[in-house]
Design a protein around this ligand. Structure first.
Ligand code: APR
Length: 250
């Protein structure tokens, strides 16, 4: 890890309080949650691309719901890592908005441990949520086994996880608030994302076009690296604690 990159990033953050943080699956890797792409990514299994597309809800619903229930069950076994905790603490040093592509609850869990909740917008929904595919009734219930194909108590429609599948639109409110944060940000931190999936991947460039300084935290080069001003080539669980320590250093 280049200490100078951490110091430069901390200098920018200390002087510019309005920050958008764009989060991807790399932030949860050190909690035991696999990424989608890359050597150990879920997509090395070609079936996963099918299981994450809306059309499969009609063509192979039971297989799809069993896979999502397996992911929901795993939520009970994972905890926030130092990257989640440090990012939550970092939000207390300025006006932060977090736009996450992740469907886990680890940032909320870290927030609960810290005793405050920053603005977190789930652009791709949440595995904790269950939604009726017909009427849209949405609620949180991790005890519900989606593999049993439960139906909506309001309309009888099929229940599904409250996540965004390929072929579906992102939640309007989360996307609108994240876009507004990108337009107003002085700094945009991009952590743990390959920057390949739009419209989430467009947020850093929107921030940059409105004058923001971009900081990338990722051990690897990504589709966004070329537009980032400061590259911290390290894991989130190492870089974010170091960044927090440096920002707090007066
Ligand atoms: N710390 C930080 N970044 C990491 C770490 C780590 N410990 N380990 C891996 N990474 C990086 C990888 O280098 C990669 O750039 O995390 C990124 C993960 O990229 P993807 O697997 O493409 O995940 P993400 O960008 O979140 O995918 C976006 O694609 O399939 C859809 O809906 C899904 O939300 C997901 C979206």
């Amino acid at each position: 890890m280049s200490q100078s990159a951490i110091e430069r990033a901390a200098d920018v953050l200390r002087d510019h309080p309005r920050v958008l943080v764009c989060v991807g699956s790399g932030l949860s890797v050190e909690s035991g949650v696999p990424t989608f792409r890359g050597a150990d990514g879920m997509f090395r299994d070609p079936e996963i691309a099918t299981l994450t597309h809306v059309s499969t809800f009609d063509s192979d619903r039971e297989r799809m719901m069993r896979w999502y229930q397996e992911r929901r069950d795993k939520l009970h076994t994972i905890d926030p890592n130092p990257g989640h905790h440090s990012l939550v603490q970092l939000t207390q040093t300025g006006e932060y908005t977090i736009a996450t592509q992740n469907v886990d609850h680890l940032l909320e869990a870290a927030s609960d441990e810290a005793g405050f909740r920053p603005s977190i917008y789930h652009l791709h929904g949440s595995l904790l949520e269950v939604r009726c595919h017909d009427c849209g009734h949405t609620f949180e219930d991790l005890t519900l086994d989606l593999g049993e194909l439960p139906t909506c108590e309001r309309c009888g429609g099929p229940l599904r996880p409250g996540v965004v599948w390929f072929g579906e639109s992102l939640p309007v409110d989360a996307l609108h608030r994240s876009n507004r944060a990108a337009r107003n940000a002085d700094v945009c931190i991009v952590v743990g994302t390959s920057g390949l999936v739009h419209p989430a991947a467009a947020l850093p460039d929107i921030a940059r076009r409105h004058g923001a300084t971009l900081i990338e935290i990722n051990p690897n080069e990504t589709a966004l690296s070329d537009i980032c001003h400061i590259l911290i080539r390290d894991k989130a669980g190492t870089a974010l604690p170091a960044l927090l320590k440096e920002v707090r250093r007066s």
